[in-house]
Design a protein around this ligand. Sequence first.
Ligand SMILES: Cc1cc2nc3c(=O)[nH]c(=O)nc-3n(C[C@H](O)[C@H](O)[C@H](O)COP(=O)(O)O)c2cc1C
Length: 173
Amino acid sequence: MANIGMYVGSSNGITMAVAKQIKEALTEHSCDVLDLEDDYLGFDEMLEYDVLIFGCSTWGSGEVQFNWVEPLQDLYNDKPDFSGATIALFGAGDCKDHGEQFVSALGLLYDKFSERGARFIAPFSTDGYTYQYSNAVRDGQFVGFPFDQVNEKDKTAERLERWLQVLKAELAE
Ligand SMILES: Cc1cc2nc3c(=O)[nH]c(=O)nc-3n(C[C@H](O)[C@H](O)[C@H](O)COP(=O)(O)O)c2cc1C
């Protein structure tokens, strides 16, 4: 059983709603869901978890959701050591109106925490997704689980189920 900390930045509650579904599915693990709006206390606390799951929607044009700005500034300033950390990523986007930067915030988090030594688990196939460009794709796969509740709400449950299988298998290793 892993002690999981799920840190979520979500402006309209879309990413947070899926965070709660992910927690419910991880029945074999202990999982705290922390809303970055209220529950961000710095990296010492974050690094006490065995596994981290970061939820972040994309805003601006390919930017992280607002509540991730302060943690990323701290990451840049304090340069904490994430070399022992394991992270999975997920987040909402819009593949039509913002298809030029679909869920790109996940790619930003991937880059910034990789620089600090973090190891990422549970990438996801791009099969079935349509968008112009995404900074969240590395080696032909999304770095985490992207979903679109604006245009493709009907696809989210099936996609989430497939991603959870990947995540659970990697957590069991
Ligand atoms: C002003 C604005 C900018 C956005 N920019 C992007 C973007 O660059 N890429 C993307 O995939 N989605 C973008 N979106 C879509 C949001 O990510 C989407 O609405 C998401 O469901 C919000 O989730 P949240 O409630 O968890 O914050 C944008 C939405 C708005 C209103």
